[in-house]
Write a protein that binds this ligand. Structure first.
Ligand SMILES: Nc1ncnc2c1ncn2[C@@H]1O[C@H](COP(=O)(O)OP(=O)(O)OP(=O)(O)O)[C@@H](O)[C@H]1O
Ligand SMILES: [Mg+2]
Length: 416
């Protein structure tokens, strides 16, 4: 037998899950303890019929014993379980075991996409800062506001036509399988669906389709028309949204967001102290009085904090004080994150990083040590700042550029 939830029932469930501090579909314990799958829990939230045992378990695990109160009894017909939800495709979206903080960012994105009806939002920040994780949490939160939700990693799409085919096939419920050879027409086809339905499209990891180094402004082969697609989605009228995550801002977005209120970007920075504390706790670290110091060196990049916490747990039995006594900055696997950022820098950006690793400097000082024009240096600094590789701070009347301790150590290693 299959059961489905009513709108009022879902409100009760929403209150119960908030009380427990759970997300709608990302909290693994919920669907695992209910002996069901994440996909079934998603169908439950959409009011789609699911197996009665799963329905009852989902209610009971969240603390609702009167599962009958959640039922939609508006029809006497026997319901049938639908195997797949035609309206959702979570592609390669990762399962999240833990997620701390980011409340403010989630609220911002919710307001932009739901209240302000933004058509294009880019989520920016360095590797490991949590763009993908935040995009999954956001989609979890707002999925019911959309007719269709599709999540795609750009790392696994071979070209713009491949991406467009996947999107159009999905929005047309597989009715359309071939699209126009003309890329402009294919984008128009996509926009027709984005006009007639409310679709949320999450495109993760846009840096994967950009060339690196000196050519970082251009798209890789097969993706040349991506800029055009983005421009049209940002500028034309429709009721859908593309959320794009990227380590680097796309030129088209930087240009149109100046003049289009429905196109916005959010640069993710460190997670706050409270979230970092939760992360350290979950990793089993001790010596809480030393955590602030640890955070000062490694900052709030969740991937970096995960790596360093695991290292301290493994080699220092979790004692942060003992680790800090060594007075060394440990790079280890963190190097991999910085390597990928480094490979993408132009030679001028690398030169500036070397200078800043030697001493924090102002723009004027950097210019004195370089034969390149001031405007090129300014552009390079802006791009480094957008990638969270350098910071700006006010010292007296001067703006000084600095590197975080871990980045400084990395750059010094590269200089040797
Ligand atoms: N707020 C958070 N709380 C706990 N863990 C987090 C949080 N944000 C991210 N993480 C974890 O940190 C790691 C890196 O996050 P994520 O993959 O989202 O980074 P990213 O910015 O997408 O990096 P990349 O640019 O490499 O794609 C993941 O293991 C993720 O689960
Ligand atoms: Mg990512």
């Amino acid at each position: 037998m299959a059961l489905k939830a009513s709108a009022q029932g879902l409100e009760i469930v929403d209150k119960a899950r908030k009380k427990k501090g759970w997300t709608k579909t990302v909290t693994v314990a919920w669907w695992q303890d209910a002996l069901t799958t994440q996909a079934t829990l998603r169908r439950f939230w959409r009011g789609i019929p699911i197996q009665s045992e799963s329905f009852i378990n989902i209610c009971q695990v969240v603390g609702i014993s009167n599962w009958e109160d959640i039922l939609d009894c508006s029809t006497d017909e026997e319901l049938e379980v639908s195997d797949i939800s035609a309206q959702e495709d979570w592609g390669e979206a990762p399962e999240m075991a833990a997620f701390y903080g980011r409340t403010e960012e989630l609220n911002h994105l919710h307001e932009w996409i739901i209240n302000d009806k933004c058509r294009l939002v880019s989520l920016l920040g360095m590797g490991g800062i949590g763009k993908t994780a935040l995009s999954v949490m956001l989609a979890d939160k707002i999925q019911n506001e959309f007719d269709y939700v599709i999540w795609r990693s750009l790392r696994y799409c071979s070209s713009v036509p491949d991406l467009l085919t996947q999107l159009i096939k999905f929005f047309s419920n597989k009715q359309v399988t071939e699209l126009s050879n003309n890329s402009g027409n294919a984008v128009s086809q996509l926009l027709d669906y984005m006009k007639s339905h409310r679709c949320l499209v999450i495109l993760d990891g846009a840096e994967a389709i950009l060339n690196s180094g000196e050519m970082s402004e251009s798209y890789k082969e097969g993706y040349e028309s991506f800029g055009e697609l983005i421009k049209r989605v940002g500028k034309e009228r429709h009721q859908s949204c593309i959320l794009l995550t990227s380590r680097e801002q796309l030129n088209e977005i930087a240009l149109i967001e100046e003049e289009t209120p429905q196109v916005r970007s959010l640069l993710l920075s460190d997670i706050n102290n409270a979230a970092a504390w939760q992360l350290f706790q979950s990793k089993g670290l001790s010596d809480e009085n030393c955590w602030q110091h640890l955070l000062k060196i490694y900052r709030g990049n969740p991937l970096v904090l995960n790596i360093i916490s695991s290292y301290i747990k493994k080699y220092f039995v979790g004692k942060v004080g003992d680790f800090l006594k060594l007075e060394t900055i440990f790079i280890g696997d963190i190097q991999l994150i910085l390597d990928t950022s480094w490979q993408r820098l132009s030679s001028l950006q690398k030169e500036l990083m070397f200078q800043l690793a030697t001493e924090p400097s102002s723009l004027v000082k950097l210019k004195l040590n370089s034969s390149v024009s001031t405007s090129d240096i300014m552009a390079a600094l802006q791009s480094l700042e957008r990638r969270s590789l350098i910071q700006r701070q006010l010292e007296g009347n001067d703006i000084i550029y600095t590197l975080q301790p871990i980045v400084k150590k990395y750059v010094k290693k590269r200089a040797n």
